[in-house]
Design a protein around this ligand. Sequence first.
Ligand code: PGA
Length: 251
Amino acid sequence: MKNIIAANWKMNKNIDEALSFVNDLESKLGELNNSEPLIFPPFISIFSLKNLCKKVKLGAQNCHYEEKGAFTGEISTLMLKGLVDFILIGHSERRHVFNESLELINKKILSVFESGFYPMLCVGEKLEEKESGKTIDVLEKQLKTAYKDVDFDKTDKLFVAYEPVWAIGTGRVPILEEIEEIHKEIRGQLNKIAGKSLSENCHILYGGSVKPSNSSEILSKENINGLLIGGASLQINDFFDIIQNSEKINK
Ligand code: PGA
């Protein structure tokens, strides 16, 4: 299974900056054996980047669950057709800054699957939840509600990013054993929700303060199938170094 090395650019980079980044990255990337680079740019750059992307896959950072209508400022899955492979759903900033509810996240997940994209669902506990020993309960609830009513006969590939809220942009990372343990737990939960063993079709990424200096040790763990990177994905050298590190890890 290849390591998915995903960049979440959030609200950073204008179109020129995005184009120049992807141009440089595509020219630096040689043959990739163990890595699948993926970028989630802001919406406005997706169309221009599409033609530049050869080895890099594209994703959207969000979407609305309706296909069209009176939803000022929103983007639908219908508009993203042919432009992206993945749509990020339930990122911590969407949940906690924009107050997206579990129900809204479920509606988005259903709509993304229905439209033929892969949702990359982000889950993660807040610091107070971790400190009060609620991490597993929180994750279980986020996973169960997000995939409610998903038809697993039609859908067998799942992409989940485990991103502890307290690790995002803080420089704090859980200890490796803890990440591995939680990924194992998430894998078990997903098999339970799907009612079958997803094995190779279940991709669980880690996100939260990933840097070139910690990427190899995180990726080397058995149940970690990729990385979702915010801050360090904005610098081409850092992002490229993380891809190079991933190339050395064959799982
Ligand atoms: P970070 O962000 O790498 O800057 O911690 C990760 C994310 O929010 O996806």
